[in-house]
Structures are given as C-alpha cells and as structure tokens.
Write a protein that binds this ligand. Structure first.
Ligand SMILES: Nc1ncnc2c1ncn2[C@@H]1O[C@H](COP(=O)(O)OP(=O)(O)OP(=O)(O)O)[C@@H](O)[C@H]1O
Ligand SMILES: [Mg+2]
Length: 288
C-alpha cells in the first residue's frame, strides 16, 4: 500500500501527543519550489475533472508550496471547490466523477490505485463553508478521529484534545465545558471547533472552503489570525470570495475562471499587477 509518506526533511516536528509511528522518509520524491526555498507539497499537472460528461476543470497545472497559504479565487461555478476537493479525493464520494492528469502529494500520486483514501484524508484535512460539528460533546468532536484510529486511553486523548483546541484558539472559551454539546457553540466557535477536529488527525495539509463566509467580522478576524498561526506548520489551501481576505492571509493566489487556472502568482503581485486581462477584470470587479 502506498503510504504517501512525508519526507522527514519537510515533516513538522514530531508531535509526541499525536498518534502513529513517525512518517518514513520518501527520498527524492519531493521537489524544490521554484524559488528554491520551499518544497512543493502538492503538485497538480494537466489535471482535469468530470462530473459525468461535464468537464468542470481543464488542464490545471499548479504547484502548492509547503507551509504556506495559497488562496483560490474566481467567480461562482469556476471550479474552486471541485479543485479543492480533488486534493483529498473528497470528490470520490460523488458518483460518476473522473479525474485525469496528476495530483501529487509529496511527490506521490494520490490517485494511484493502492492509495489508502482514509489515510490520505487524515493527512489532508478539510474544513467546509458551513461548520459541521457532530451532535456530540466538544471533547468527543475533537477525539472522534483519534478514536477511529484506535486511541482509547483518556491519558492520551485529553492532552490531544486540549492541544488541538489551543491550536485552533478555542481552548480558553471552552475549557470549562468540554462535555457540553458542540451544537451550543456560536457559528464562529463551531468553525474553530471544526478546524481543531481537522487538526486532531495530525494532517500536513488543511483545505478550507470559504471557512469564514458565514461569519461576522469578529469571528472572521479570528479565523484569519488562526490561519496566520497555522501557516508555520501546515500547508493551507483556502477558497475565498473575499479578495481582501485572500490578500490578507495568503502568499500565493490562484485565479480560476470557467474551469481553467488563468493565473497564479504571489498574492501582492496578482492583486496589484496581474498578468492576464481576465484576472484584472475580475479583481477590479468588471466581471464575476
Ligand atoms: N456534485 C456535482 N455534480 C455535478 N456538477 C457539479 C457538482 N458540483 C459542482 N458541479 C459543477 O462543477 C462546476 C464547478 O463547481 P464548483 O462547486 O467547483 O465551483 P466553485 O468555484 O466552488 O463555485 P462557488 O464559488 O459558487 O462555490 C459547476 O459548473 C458546477 O455546476
Ligand atoms: Mg465552491
């Protein structure tokens, strides 16, 4: 079975409270980033995606560097969510879909036949636009993934839950009510809970599909601060319709339009000096 291992050189420092053996080395599979500094975490080459006969993505070639935030922008229906979901094979659950081209994680093809999709989704976690807490306690939401992985001991689970809630900047608000239902939290708190839950499976990559679009400005700011913290240790890919947000949180921005990747570049450059007219028209509000 392909393990989709993280090269040791790019792996986060081992987290003793997380479960599982250390990731084995992968050798030369990971590529250097174009700037020669960051490794490429996710490499998409000539990728296409079909819902039945409808081709939603065409020839997407995009390198996502590790430990950085990459924003995906573009008009509604252009394929941002489809692309994001293809990075952890979440689209597999939609019948009649098909992927062509290559999607590599740490140099390994995530669509190879022998890939364990459950393992892949642990390594590439996802947070959705609408927060999706389970109708369980706050504690049980975070402990859910580790429990499925076989962790039963409270001595392991309790510090893990605490750590994930701290990483998601939620601990101080919930530490005295871990047994309360997660559904009683505010929308912004629920979204941070979902981020904490995604962190509990010790991912390398976090995919976020409009994570703050349903939140008030205060909660949005907290999510953005959190993304800023997480970028040090995780590779984050975020879809947003809010261009100010893309400009605030991301290092790279990719502009999609009608199923194609029109342009990708450093966020500041893309917003101030886009190469393509289509990008300029979109960011200046002339269409989309
Ligand atoms: N489950 C599905 N079945 C069939 N077609 C789909 C499905 N999901 C998306 N599509 C189609 O794929 C294309 C891309 O949709 P996608 O949801 O990826 O766009 P998006 O850029 O995320 O849009 P938005 O900004 O509105 O969320 C659209 O034409 C859409 O109708
Ligand atoms: Mg979408």
């Amino acid at each position: 079975m392909t393990t989709l291992a993280v090269p040791m050189s790019s792996a986060r420092p081992a987290n003793p409270s997380h479960i599982g053996p250390p990731a084995p080395t992968l050798g030369a599979a990971a590529n250097a980033a174009p700037d020669g500094k960051r490794k490429i975490k996710i490499q998409t080459t000539d990728m296409g995606f079909f819902y039945g006969t409808h081709q939603a993505l065409q020839k997407i070639t995009l390198d996502i560097p590790e430990r950085s935030v990459t924003a995906l922008i573009g008009p509604s229906g252009c394929g941002k969510s489809t692309y994001l979901r293809s990075l952890n094979r979440m689209n597999d659950i939609i019948e009649g879909t098909r992927v062509i081209g290559k999607v590599l994680l740490d140099g390994e093809d995530i669509y190879a036949r022998d890939v364990d999709v459950v393992e892949l989704r642990k390594r590439v976690g996802m947070v959705f636009q609408k927060s999706t807490p389970f109708p369980k306690s706050i504690f049980d939401n975070i402990a859910f993934g580790p429990r499925i992985a076989g962790v039963r001991s409270m001595a392991t689970l309790a510090p893990l839950v605490e750590q994930c809630l701290k990483q998601a900047a939620l601990w101080n608000e919930v530490k005295d009510r871990l047994k309360d239902s997660a559904l009683a939290l505010s929308g912004g708190q629920q979204q941070r809970l979902c981020i904490a839950r995604a962190l509990a499976t010790n991912p390398d990559v976090l995919l976020m599909d409009e994570p703050a679009s349903a939140l008030d400005p205060g909660s949005t700011a907290r999510i953005e601060d959190l993304i800023d913290d997480l970028r040090k240790n995780y590779t984050i890919v975020i879809v947003t319709h809010n261009m100010q947000q893309a400009a605030r949180v991301s290092e790279l921005t990719a502009f999609f339009c009608m199923g194609r990747l029109v342009e990708v570049g450093r966020t500041k450059q893309l917003f101030t000096n886009p190469k393509e007219k289509e990008t300029e028209d979109y960011i200046t509000g002339r269409f989309g």
